[in-house]
Design a binder for this molecule. Structure first.
Ligand SMILES: C[C@@]1(CC(=O)O)C2=NC(=C\c3[nH]c(c(CCC(=O)O)c3CC(=O)O)Cc3[nH]c(c(CC(=O)O)c3CCC(=O)O)/C=C3\N/C(=C\2)[C@@H](CCC(=O)O)[C@]3(C)CC(=O)O)/[C@H]1CCC(=O)O
Ligand SMILES: NC(=O)c1ccc[n+]([C@@H]2O[C@H](COP(=O)([O-])OP(=O)(O)OC[C@H]3O[C@@H](n4cnc5c(N)ncnc54)[C@H](O)[C@@H]3O)[C@@H](O)[C@H]2O)c1
Length: 162
């Protein structure tokens, strides 16, 4: 519903769409809740070198840490945690922590998503689908429900993977 989209997200110039090649590149996820758990698998699929900073994490993230697919720092975010990162997610349930993460990202020129307030982030997460080499991504200026719905419709047109 358009009314639920934050005006400042919708009023921004459109985001520039790009595909990030992340193999071996550090991506820092601050917060290990449900949003992080949803976004980590596609980041891993892209080969990212993932670091999760969060005192608690969802069971799926804990399992990835145990299998050494992600590095989990089981503590609160601290300034400097984005060092060496190419991309970051501020995905804690604390707006003030997310503000600090985005401020560090801005200073370090790291593109960073802000999960609780997309209008304050440096990047946004599209609704995506993939079949083989073909990928689609939908952004709707913050209207994630529309993005999800369009993604589901468009995904039915993806060619069979070869
Ligand atoms: C597309 C998708 C991708 C993904 O996340 O993978 C995505 N959100 C999804 C789901 C989802 N989002 C939310 C809920 C729980 C509520 C509910 O269900 O009603 C659920 C459902 C769930 O979590 O299950 C709430 C929410 N989302 C944002 C805010 C803050 C704000 O409005 O600024 C709040 C309120 C938080 C609060 O209340 O505090 C912000 C953003 N969410 C974005 C992307 C970016 C916009 C991209 C675009 O233009 O479309 C943006 C701006 C920034 C970002 O985070 O990148 C994915 C669906 C695709 C899929 O299902 O595959
Ligand atoms: N963008 C989206 O798609 C979307 C979807 C749902 C909710 N949200 C918003 O994003 C936020 C996160 O949502 P969620 O469902 O993942 O929340 P959640 O409660 O499942 O997880 C929050 C995580 O943040 C961690 N955390 C808290 N303080 C921290 C700190 N100081 N340093 C590091 N980690 C810390 C917690 O340990 C927990 O793992 C919520 O505030 C909500 O407003 C966004």
């Amino acid at each position: 519903m358009a009314a639920e989209v934050s005006a400042s997200t919708a009023d921004r110039p459109p985001a520039y769409l790009a595909g990030l090649h992340l193999t071996g590149r550090r991506v820092v996820v601050v917060g290990g809740g449900r949003v992080a758990a949803r976004r980590i698998p596609p980041l891993l699929e892209s080969g990212a070198d993932l670091v999760v900073v969060s005192p608690r994490v969802e069971p799926s993230i804990e399992a990835l840490a145990r299998a050494q697919h992600v590095a989990w720092l089981a503590r609160d975010y601290a300034a400097g945690d984005l060092e060496g990162a190419w991309y970051a997610l501020a995905a804690t349930d604390s707006p003030s922590v997310n503000t600090r993460v985005v401020a560090e990202a801005e200073a370090a020129r790291v593109f960073c998503v802000r999960a609780d307030d997309g209008s304050a982030g440096l990047a946004v997460t599209p609704a995506t689908a993939r079949r083989g080499a073909v990928q689609l991504a939908v952004l709707s200026g913050g209207d994630f429900r529309q993005s999800r719905r369009l993604r589901d419709e468009l995904a039915t047109h993806l060619p069979p993977s070869r």
